[in-house]
Ligand binder design. Structure first.
Ligand code: PLP
Length: 417
């Protein structure tokens, strides 16, 4: 039997997550807050505490714990290079989170811009891939152009991209998937159009990474960022950049620190315990699949979890039609599930998003309400001043029974009107 046909069973994986055993009012909690941050398996927790227990040290000392810290950093770089399919581990940098990495990197990249240059940001993006670029553009006298979203299904208007690109465009900052409505961007098309015009591409893959296989070589993006706490690991941000391009830029650094890879984009002391957790998170994902190399395992694992998540999406979409007054913003066509993650932004007639989230929270069902920093999305949908939407986000550790439970709770609330 081909490994592609092995069915995915979340039960043994769920057992690895201590947090998923949490009870609220005697019932097992339902974690549908993954787009805001996922839970961690025991292996990640052990790796992090194991690092601290072994003996913590800074880098570069002539003694065992310092050499160990160096190995922890190198292993994390190798793990992330496998997850993103970077050509080499030196293309991977770590930082506090995606937002901080983007603010510091945008400042360095903007030094190459001239007044009159142009950049493009999108309305489908989280503000962490918008504001840093708006501020950098303002500093350098650079014009900002906006790529719109299509409000009817909350997808990127890539058809408008050619009209925004020209010989002055220096950068396209674009999301791989929306953390609000789940729409996935056709990155290969976006990157190819941008490159043809001579622009670089900075991809925000924070929301996409837990749901699909990232392949920076196939996408051919110049830079890509993600956050390990969104895929079962600790609170650490990751920046990928093409090696030669990264070397050609000047990072803001203190004087003795190297302005070369690896470590060029890492300021101060990293959270080594988190980096131990990064490797464990990638290994957790890899162990879901089979293959000769870790990358092959990851490819297989992500195809399994992706198909399983689509099953959860189908079930949610089918059940949602029976909930009175429930409206889903974004792609609802089950023939188009490959174009979305299992993240659903919804409203319920007669209730504010905050009321819906609070009601579900009382039932032990954890969801977010508001804009989740996808300010431009909510503004474009006309919902920013109306409390945004309720976000129900599934991950591969969720079950069909949990889909049914959130639908049942929404139905109960709808029927109380
Ligand atoms: C799509 C997206 N981009 C960026 C961010 C910001 O990531 P971080 O918390 O690592 O700064 C988030 C966080 O929710 C996100 O969902």
């Amino acid at each position: 039997m081909s490994t592609q046909n092995i069915p995915f069973n979340p039960a043994p994986l769920r057992d690895q997550f201590p947090a998923l055993q949490l009870k609220v009012n005697g019932e097992t909690a339902v974690f549908l807050d993954g787009p805001g941050g996922t839970q961690s398996p025991q292996s990640v927790i052990d790796a992090m505490s194991g690092y601290l227990a072994y003996g913590s040290s800074n880098l570069g000392g002539p003694f065992r714990t310092s050499r160990h810290a160096g190995q922890v950093v190198q292993s994390a770089r190798e793990a992330m290079a496998d997850l993103l399919n970077a050509r080499r581990p030196e293309e991977i940098s770590f930082g506090q989170n995606m937002t901080s990495l983007t603010f510091s990197f945008s400042r360095a990249l903007a030094r190459t811009w001239q007044p009159g240059d142009e950049i493009i940001v999108t309305r489908l993006d989280h503000d962490a891939n918008i504001s840093p670029w708006l501020m950098a553009a303002a500093d350098r006298g650079v014009t900002v152009r906006w790529l719109d979203l299509e409000p009817s299904d909350a997808t990127m208007r890539l058809d408008q991209l050619p009209g925004l690109l020209n010989e002055k465009t220096r950068l396209l900052a674009i999301t791989a998937a929306s953390n609000a409505v789940g729409s996935i961007t056709d990155l290969k098309t976006a990157v190819s159009l941008a490159h043809t015009a001579g622009a670089l591409v900075y991809v925000d893959a924070v929301h996409y990474t837990p749901h699909g296989l990232v392949d920076v070589q196939a996408i051919d993006c110049d830079f890509l960022v993600c956050s390990v706490y969104k895929f079962f690991g600790p609170h650490t941000g990751v920046l990928y950049g093409k090696f030669d391009l990264m070397e050609s830029l000047t990072a803001y650094k203190v004087r003795p620190a190297s302005n070369h890879a690896p470590g060029k984009w890492e300021t101060g002391t990293q959270s080594f315990e988190s980096l131990a957790g990064v490797t464990a998170a990638v290994n957790y994902l890899a162990a879901i699949g089979q293959g000769k190399t870790r990358r092959e395992q990851l490819e297989h694992a992500m195809s399994l979890t992706n198909s399983y998540e689509m099953m959860l999406s189908r079930r949610f979409l089918a059940g949602a039609t029976a909930v009175p007054g429930l409206k889903i913003y974004g792609i609802t066509d089950i023939e188009r599930l490959a174009e979305r993650t299992p993240t659903f932004a919804v409203s319920l007639d007669g209730y504010t998003p905050a009321q819906v989230a609070a009601y579900l929270g009382e039932q032990g069902i954890f969801v977010w309400d508001g804009h989740y920093y996808a300010i431009a999305v909510m503004e474009r949908l006309g919902l920013l001043d109306k409390g945004g939407l309720v976000r129900i986000g599934f991950a591969h550790y969720n079950t069909a029974a949990e889909v049914d439970r959130v639908l049942a709770s929404l139905t109960d609330l709808a029927n109380k009107r």
